[in-house]
Design a protein around this ligand. Sequence first.
Ligand SMILES: [Zn+2]
Length: 100
Amino acid sequence: MLNNARACQTCGATIPAFTTAYTLRLQLFAEGGEIHITPDDLAEDHERRLLELYREAECADPQEMMDEVFESYTLTICERCRHEFHDHFMQFLKSLKDTI
Ligand SMILES: [Zn+2]
């Protein structure tokens, strides 16, 4: 690859030096919502349940556990991929537009 050229991280195309590259940042994280406690929750054996959770956590992959609540990606992409992402996002967002 030529000096200062970059590779598009989605299609692999070379982004020549002095050509605009784009940065795509994507973050996916768990939503912290209200907690609803039911009578069944109160009747549960909390000490036993905590021990189960500790045992599950001991055997789990820390990265997988982290990914369940937060993932972050930063990609360098070419102009063609930027257009594809843009068109895809606009199609997706259009369907979510609020009606007034
Ligand atoms: Zn590309």
